[in-house]
Design a protein around this ligand. Structure first.
Ligand SMILES: Cc1cc2nc3c(=O)[nH]c(=O)nc-3n(C[C@H](O)[C@H](O)[C@H](O)COP(=O)(O)OP(=O)(O)OC[C@H]3O[C@@H](n4cnc5c(N)ncnc54)[C@H](O)[C@@H]3O)c2cc1C
Length: 582
């Protein structure tokens, strides 16, 4: 079956839906999502969305820009950061007008709370300037992503955006340098569909599911990045994967940084607030890469609780009323999943794979680059977590990601609208779905069950955690590369036991596993090459950041001979790199 729309948006998270809202009424827009739209991972975002509104205390766009550049460990492109942060106040007010129910200050303004790495200058008694935490994260209790996602979905429905819910996209149709559509299957029926469009946008989210402990939803398998990579698009900075400091022990379920923003302490087995040894001025509100390394060091040096691989997040002093008002979900999660009431006892936490800084390289307008020189693939766009512009560089600041999704979703929507003023439908190649149909038929016809996809997936995730996690070194990374090679060989022999067409989740998981293996190799290759410590990429065999050789973005290309790496300089406008201290 062939469908035709002006624009196809893959992904119903904040990036995809914000773009759809922008295009609704101007073009025939359809959104495809493998999960029901409001179940996209954006809905799990708890803590907030950053904007220098200054509702609680003095704040300036310039301060937010500086924090984002410094937080990125100077790998973020400063023109992109300036653009995102400058548009932040406007997009928040726009969301408010669309109906997002933000929490409020006493005067009725949008309430804001502290978050890691967001600071303001303060002159101390000694006359020296330091930077202390600032209240910059706009929030709706600890359900910020949920309320924004639902509001955007309502706006889409109101403006007649067409939804293909529970459609799984398997490939892009690209010919002669023009993206012409995509191939997807309807999860409900298993039927393969071809979609013809003038423009395709990916808002397919992150790739955290390649690690054993992760805060990410089951859907975050990096399909979009892998599909783009297979279509000949390079991937940028894939080695940078953020581990959030506070995941529930063993489960990885997120405890928002907002918990520390509301005053939570991190404590080791001696009851010591150990962050004073790592980031004495901002303590628990240092950026995530630093807090995560501090926790991991405490654990590795035997100061985890009972000598185990977790520490405590203590909220008991914050007070029951505040916790119930501002962190109700966290109370629920802790009670349900680890049997702890945060009002009365500290929560056991450990770092959890959380956010993908790398992804599909794009311009400031969401156009996708085909190389490190800036050649654009006509008709293809990306925004949100699957894209790399790069505003987060080597380490994203909390609450800058929802912002990224909304700002770049909006910008990409506007750019597509402009493109459509002159764009025509390019012809679909004959049998655009042949390869995908053959692959799926082959899986259904399989009778060889020697290899279990569960086993391959678990082996990948266990090893990515151990060898390509918070701390890395050459030996581990090279072993990881070898492991992935072996797993890819095994993957070739994976078969489908479930032969039914309706809601065949096994088929989806097998395809997702192919994506996990594809991009994990790129993560590892980039990490082996990058011989320095920067943001979330921390090599124990190198001492520090190396701006002379490594202040550049990785571009990984899929070639017949394997992965080829090239590099692109970082855009620096105002802020020269400095040592990152907090
Ligand atoms: C637990 C948690 C809490 C967070 N809290 C915050 C926070 O407080 N503040 C903040 O700024 N950031 C936060 N983040 C990060 C932020 O939520 C995400 O980066 C952001 O929401 C990503 O939005 P997105 O639109 O790019 O993608 P997502 O919301 O992840 O949506 C991806 C979409 O792509 C679709 N899709 C993917 N692959 C396919 C395919 N093959 N076929 C069809 N559809 C497909 C999915 O169905 C989904 O609709 C949090 C993240 C997590 C995991």
């Amino acid at each position: 079956m062939i469908h035709k729309h002006d624009v196809l948006i893959v992904g119903a998270g904040l990036a995809g839906l914000r773009a759809a809202v922008e295009l609704a009424g101007k073009a025939d827009v359809a959104v495809l999502s493998k999960v029901f739209p409001t179940r996209s991972h954006s809905g799990a975002a708890q803590g907030g969305i950053a904007a220098a509104l200054g509702n609680e205390e003095e704040d300036h766009v310039e301060w937010h820009i500086f924090d984002t550049v410094k937080g990125s460990d100077y790998l973020g492109d400063q023109d992109a950061i300036e653009m995102m942060v400058s548009e932040a106040p406007e997009v928040i007010i726009e969301l408010e007008h669309m109906g997002v129910p933000f929490s409020r200050t006493k005067e009725g303004k949008i309430a804001q709370r502290q978050f890691g790495g967001h600071t303001r200058p303060k002159v101390g008694a000694d006359g020296k300037e330091t930077r202390v935490a600032i209240q910059r994260a706009c929030y709706a209790a600890d359900r910020t992503g949920h309320v924004i996602l639902h509001t955007l979905y309502e706006q889409c429905v109101k403006h007649n955006v067409h939804f293909y819910s529970e459609y799984y996209v398997v490939s892009l149709i690209v010919k002669d340098g023009v993206c012409r559509g995509l191939v997807a299957f309807d999860i409900q029926t298993g039927e393969l569909h071809t979609f013809h469009a003038k423009a395709v946008m990916f808002g397919t989210g992150g790739y955290g599911r390649a690690w054993k402990i992760t805060s990410n939803a089951y859907a975050n398998t990096g399909d979009g990045v892998a599909i783009a990579y297979r279509a000949g698009i390079p991937l940028e900075d894939m080695e940078f994967v953020q581990f959030h400091p506070t995941g529930l022990w063993k489960l990885g379920i997120l405890v928002t940084e907002g918990a520390r923003g509301e005053g939570g302490y991190l404590k080791n087995k001696n009851g010591e607030r150990f962050m004073k040894n790592y980031a004495p001025t901002v303590m628990e509100l240092a950026p995530r890469d630093m807090v995560t390394r501090s926790i991991t060091t405490e654990i590795l040096e035997g100061r985890g609780i009972d000598g185990k691989d977790y520490v405590h997040l203590d909220l008991t002093h914050v007070g029951e009323a505040t916790l119930k008002e501002r962190l109700p979900e966290i109370i629920g999660f802790a009670k349900t999943y680890v049997g702890v009431d945060p009002v009365k006892a500290p929560i056991p936490i450990q770092p959890t794979a959380h956010y993908s800084m790398g992804g599909i390289p794009t311009s400031l307008f969401g156009e996708v680059y085909l190389d490190e020189k800036g050649t654009i693939l006509t008709g293809f766009y990306a925004a949100g977590e699957c894209a790399c512009i790069s505003v987060h560089g080597a380490n994203r600041l909390g609450t800058n990601s929802l912002l990224d999704g909304v700002v770049h979703g909006r910008r990409t929507g506007k750019q597509i609208a402009k493109f459509l003023q002159t764009a025509e439908f390019s012809e679909l190649p004959e049998n655009a779905d042949t390869a995908d149909r053959a692959r799926i038929d082959e899986l259904f016809a399989s009778t060889n069950f020697k290899e279990s996809y569960h086993h391959i997936k678990d082996t990948l995730r266990d090893n990515m955690m151990a060898k390509a996690g918070v701390y890395r070194n050459e030996k581990d990374l090279k072993e990881m590369k070898q492991i992935i090679h072996e797993l890819r060989e095994k993957y070739k022999n994976v078969g489908l036991r479930d032969k039914s067409k309706n809601f065949n989740t096994e088929l989806m998981e097998v395809l997702e596993l192919g994506h996990l293996l594809e991009f994990s190799e790129v993560v590892v290759e980039g990490a082996i090459a990058r011989q320095e410590c920067r943001g979330a990429h921390w090599r124990t065999d190198f001492e520090k950041r190396d701006d002379t050789n490594w202040m550049k973005h990785t571009f990984a290309f899929r070639t017949e001979k394997g992965i080829e790496l090239k590099y692109k300089p970082v855009t620096v406008t105002k802020y020269q790199p400095m040592e990152r201290k907090y």
